[in-house]
Design a protein around this ligand. Structure first.
Ligand code: GAR
Length: 224
């Protein structure tokens, strides 16, 4: 059975688009049952509609508490039959209740090399700090923000004089590669977590060449 996903977005949805493209091209054996946003104006909702994917908007401001907001999201996600939560630029903190409902089947993409630069401005914080290597992380989600077991990371060098926006653009290009790859592995049932270490079961899938100017680990497979 294809992995039934709910993708949660708050904004542009470019990671969502990368996942849609990978699913449509048959590179991931998954079905996006729902795209859910906390913002009616999220471009990700528009992207989903263009691909005939069911959408829902749950505006967080309409709820008295985080728990009420999360309960409504859980209801809608369950009603669509989704079992795996894919956070793709979803900018709300989830309650432990939500996380326990779906764990361990919740993944996130973060625009920094965790555990460095957690939070909502990973790329900007890395550029401001002056690190020489930045990057992105796809990881399982636990009850602590940006803390869960790491599935795959891409490291990119920071260019001289580069600001957070420019660095963020270059990082984003790698997010679009590592996140669909991580979801493919999840859909294949090849990820095992032991004491916060993620083990990738080997397969005979051919590997892509390491990208120029970046280091991706574990290495990407062909097509990602
Ligand atoms: C991405 O860079 C993602 O890593 C980041 O938001 C952006 C969403 O872009 N997420 C976080 O910072 C989570 N803490 P997108 O809507 O175009 O995919």
């Amino acid at each position: 059975m294809s992995l039934p996903l709910a993708v949660l977005v708050s904004g542009g949805g470019s990671n969502l688009q990368a996942i849609i493209d990978a699913v449509e091209a048959g590179r991931i054996d998954a079905e996006i049952r729902l795209v859910l946003s906390n913002r009616a104006d999220a471009n990700g909702i528009e992207r989903a509609r263009k691909h005939g994917i069911p959408t829902a908007v749950v505006e967080h401001a309409a709820f008295a508490s985080r728990e009420d907001f999360d309960r409504e999201m859980i209801r809608i996600i369950r009603a669509h039959g989704a079992e795996v939560i894919v956070l793709a630029g979803f900018m709300r903190l989830l309650t432990p209740m939500f996380i326990r409902e779906f764990a361990p089947n919740i993944v996130n993409i973060h625009p920094a090399l965790l555990p460095s630069f957690p939070g909502v401005h990973g790329q900007r914080d890395a550029a401001a700090y002056g690190v020489k290597i930045a990057g992105c992380t796809a990881h399982f989600v636990d009850e602590i923000m940006d803390n869960g077991p790491v599935i795959i990371q891409a490291a990119v060098p920071v260019m001289a004089g580069e600001d957070g926006a420019a660095l963020g653009e270059r990082i984003l290009a790698y997010e679009h590669r590592i996140y669909p790859q991580a979801i493919k592995w999840l859909a294949e049932g090849r990820l095992r977590v032991n004491d916060r270490h993620v083990h990738l079961e080997p397969s005979d899938a051919p590997l892509a060449a390491q990208p120029q100017g970046a280091l991706v680990s574990p290495p990407l497979e062909e097509g990602f």
